[in-house]
Design a protein around this ligand. Structure first.
Ligand code: C5P
Length: 394
């Protein structure tokens, strides 16, 4: 793997996290060169950045000394990846418009290297049509945009705008540089069961272990994809090199999936609860001696697979669903493929010990026909499925 990063830090309060990113990247074996915009240097000092990167820091387009040491064209060309983190609304706009009035924007215009940008800004600035148009332009030009994440901001406001956390950014950097047939692709995978609250202590769930979905996430990452794994509660370690989104309910899972778009690939391996208790109880339901047990009214959950498969311009190019059946496996899977609007269904017979077990015997149902795969470990199913997906993107 190539190992030279140019880290451009622009003006956002999240700039302090870029120091942690530089530290993690160096520990991972990357050589990191730091470049501060004027606004970036208001949040992070060149001294701190130099100490953490262990090399000189750049920032001034007009510095004769910097230009002689390593001209801006060299800075733009000699790195394997240019990482803009945090990417402010202002720098994103300059990148989209091709402005070049300082060292960062000049390097970004002069480079032929891949660029990864991690936006961080106030949620209103992020959702402004101008910023959204600029982001769409950058994506169309092949810039990998990671985040922003949602949550609490420095200001008393919340929403999308937080810089993605440094470990996750490092995983995205590794994926952007990874060789492999799925390098540069973003895969969204759902895994595990969902939990549907009856009241604050009780819930409805199912026997899914998450083993198949987690193995698929790992296998796609191993082929170079950037993977977002949205998982219900499971007792499994996080697969290496994937970005985790932990959720409980089907509705949380859908929201996390929609927030992770755009993606090239979606694999829905989660065992999403079909129904949830209709009235989310804020208080624990009391057992009253002598009273009849309460009845449980159910409401239908959103179908995540069908929603992703019909996501309009945001629809991943390849959408794969699963079908767990106990009889007429193929016929049901074919009908399900059409009903859900997905491209493939991985169908399995769950009348035996598949659910929660270690092995799986599957059939791949596509528009072209059915492939029957022999019984094998779930990890092997995952590797074969990832390889089959890679063929589509070859
Ligand atoms: O309809 P059924 O549950 O059999 O469909 C299974 C497929 O649909 C799986 O890929 C599962 O992850 C997905 N699914 C979903 N959201 C639901 C129900 C199922 O994504 N609410």
């Amino acid at each position: 793997m190539n190992r030279k990063l140019l880290l451009i830090i622009s003006g956002s309060i999240a700039a302090y996290k870029a120091l942690e990113l530089a530290r993690l990247a160096r520990r991972d074996g990357f050589a990191v060169t730091g470049l501060l915009t004027d606004a970036g240097a208001r949040f992070v000092t060149p001294h701190a950045l130099a100490a953490i990167t262990g090399s000189r820091v750049f920032g001034d387009l007009w510095s004769l000394e910097e230009e002689t040491h390593s001209g801006h064209i060299r800075l733009a060309r000699e790195h394997d990846l240019i990482v803009v983190a945090p990417a402010s609304a202002d720098l994103i706009a300059k990148m989209a418009l091709g402005l070049a009035d300082d060292l960062a924007s000049t390097v970004l215009l002069a480079t032929t290297r891949p660029i990864l940008a991690a936006p961080a800004m106030n949620p209103t600035m992020w959702s402004h049509p101008a910023t959204q148009a600029h982001i769409a332009t950058l994506r169309a030009r092949g810039v990998t945009v990671v985040g922003p994440a949602e949550g609490e901001m420095a200001e008393p406001e919340s929403g999308p705008g937080r810089l993605v956390e440094p470990p996750e950014l490092l995983a995205a950097i590794r994926a952007a540089l990874a060789a492999g047939p799925l390098a540069g692709r973003h895969a969204l995978v759902t895994s595990g069961p969902t939990r549907e609250a009856i009241d604050p202590v009780r819930y409805i769930a199912n026997r899914s272990s998450g083993r198949q979905g987690h193995a698929i996430a790992a296998a796609l990452a191993a082929l170079g994809a950037r993977v977002t794994l949205v998982s219900g509660p499971v007792h499994l370690p996080d697969p290496p090199g994937v970005s985790m989104r932990r959720v409980e309910s089907a509705r949380d899972m859908l929201a996390a999936c929609e927030a992770a778009l755009p993606a090239d690939i979606a694999v829905c391996a989660a065992a999403v609860a079909d129904w949830r208790p209709a009235t989310g109880q804020g208080r624990k339901i009391k057992k009253v001696p002598g009273e009849a047990p309460p009845s449980l009214a159910l409401a239908e959950n959103p179908d995540i697979l069908a929603t992703l498969a019909r996501a309009g311009p945001q629809r991943p190019a390849l959408v794969v669903g699963f079908a767990a059946e106990t009889d007429d496996v193929i016929a049901h899977a074919q009908a399900k493929r059409v009903r859900k609007g997905c491209d493939w269904i991985v169908a399995n017979d769950v009348s035996g010990d598949v659910m929660g077990g270690r092995e799986n015997a599957v059939h791949i149902v596509t528009a072209q026909g059915v492939e029957d795969w022999p019984r094998m470990a779930k990890e092997e199913v995952a590797r074969r499925l990832a390889a089959r997906i890679a063929e589509v993107f070859a």
